[in-house]
Design a binder for this molecule. Sequence first.
Ligand SMILES: Nc1ccn([C@@H]2O[C@H](COP(=O)(O)OP(=O)(O)OP(=O)(O)O)[C@@H](O)[C@H]2O)c(=O)n1
Ligand SMILES: O=C(CO)[C@H](O)[C@H](O)COP(=O)(O)O
Length: 447
Amino acid sequence: MEGNHATTQSGCGDPDRPAHPGGFPNRDAGKGDPQPAGRDVDFPVSVVLPAGGTGERTGLQTPKQFCSFLGRPLISYTIQAFERVSWIQSIVVVVARENTDLMADIVRRFRHRKVRAVPGGSTRHRSIRNGILALGEEGGERPAAGRPKVVLIHDAVRPFVDEDFLYEIATAAKEHGAAGAIRPLVSTVIATTPEGYLDHSLERGKYRASEMPQGFTYDVIHRAYQRCSQSDFDFGTECLHLALQYCGTNAKLIQGPPTLWKVTYKRDLAAAESIIKDAVSRSACFVTGGSARAAALAGALQEPARALGTELDVVPDLTGENASYLLKEWNFIQFSVDHSRPAEVEALLAALEAADRAPLHPLVVIWVQWSDSDELLGGRAAAAAAAAVITDLSSAAKLRNILLYGIQLHQSKDSERWERSVSKVAEIASVLIRERSPALVGQLLQA
Ligand SMILES: Nc1ccn([C@@H]2O[C@H](COP(=O)(O)OP(=O)(O)OP(=O)(O)O)[C@@H](O)[C@H]2O)c(=O)n1
Ligand SMILES: O=C(CO)[C@H](O)[C@H](O)COP(=O)(O)O
């Protein structure tokens, strides 16, 4: 399947998985376009991300929005999910005062462009109110001019939200004044007596869980927060309720995907990490260097890699149209026949550096070295030299957030043995791409 590039079908068949959360690779986007296809939204939309909580229920010291996955804090994944949407004009992140510097550092490190951080309040409603007020000031001397028509509110700890759903909420909010995501209830809700007995239970089919995102016209949500009581600020948990009670606005409710769930407990952090790892390991670009042997290997790898959840695009090199792969959050497999000559992998690393992509998470480059068995038997020194080369290259690459791993593939005339080696390459590559283990960086693994 060697060519300019071979398009393959998407491997994401699970409806419970986010399509492409938090700015992860979208296989369907045009190769030169790092953004998903834009929607036509002809009114200004801004976002408030409340991130001022302490995350008590996780039992961890670090607030959950600052817990890192693959070297990147959760809040950055959520910001990216909004930032990549072309019709969203600005994002206000609300953080506790003591985390202002940390947030500024995250914005700088991950090159967030549409973000402004403002101080949070003692409760979620107070934090959101601060965000809304900050949006109202965006026009400077002419505040009304800078105000968005619609404000989307979304918990910073719900990183898996996609553009289509944001579009549904934003357009419904514009039409109805307020809109929110709902999900069916998982458990029945019951009321208890003060003594701890069952008082009554609710008919589950009639109720829904209220989730995020929610959308409001600026006027409705601003007015609701101007009018609500101290008790609402202290104990309230529902923005849609404020819009109804203080502005008479009945929110339009839209069923969202299950992935809108909120990271609340420690186990949710593990679940989020697993989803993120699945998402970043979906796509790899196999660079053959024009070699027929490499093209044959890439062809043989397609099936086992797909079975392990990774789709392979195969390209001879990364010039011309194929250079756009360098700008995406893809993984790379670079093939070379002569393992003592790292020219191809050096060129790939240099090209990735020159592309200067936003460092969203570490990128994986796997250097597959073809080795003749005979050559190996007679060449312990050559094998040691190859290992030394990859160690040196990987140390330099790591400074640029690139994880370089090596796989030595041993050619065999015995077809069974050869097939085993090829599946081994697919297995090792899938694990390396998914887990991104720092411990294995610079290792030359054997297939
Ligand atoms: N004073 C607060 C409290 C909460 N939040 C934010 O509101 C979102 C949802 O709230 P929740 O899950 O309850 O977060 P925490 O309050 O941090 O969690 P916990 O209740 O376990 O302490 C989170 O992004 C949280 O950072 C906020 O901006 N300001
Ligand atoms: O579900 C929600 C919307 O209605 C909020 O996300 C929820 O209120 C968040 O806070 P908490 O988990 O503390 O209730």
